[in-house]
Design a protein around this ligand. Structure first.
Ligand code: SF4
Length: 89
């Protein structure tokens, strides 16, 4: 089963308040590594016109980006009742 197929099995209750926030978008422009673009399993981070765009709605709350970009990312779990729920474990 491909990753995309597994992600399709997840269900989300999307909060109107983002739980992921870039503290300083200018730091992302200057960042040489841009690890968020290729380590997030849900492809939440995209680069558009040189800027990093965060589609927090698809986050599976794995915490990877929290570790790789702790200095420029404000990371919280979604509020109670919101976020991802795993249908099959
Ligand atoms: Fe992607 Fe995991 Fe970070 Fe969510 S917590 S944005 S799924 S790396």
């Amino acid at each position: 089963m491909k990753l995309e197929d597994k992600l399709f099995l997840d269900r989300y209750v999307v909060d109107s308040i983002p739980h992921l926030k870039i503290k300083d978008p200018n730091k992302c422009v200057m960042c040489q590594k841009k690890q968020c673009l290729y380590t997030c399993p849900a492809q939440v981070y995209k680069q558009e016109e040189g800027k990093i765009v965060v589609s927090y709605e698809g986050c599976v709350e794995c915490g990877t980006c929290r570790i790789i970009c702790s200095e420029n990312l404000e990371w919280k779990y979604p509020r109670g009742g919101f976020g991802v729920s795993y249908k099959f474990g």
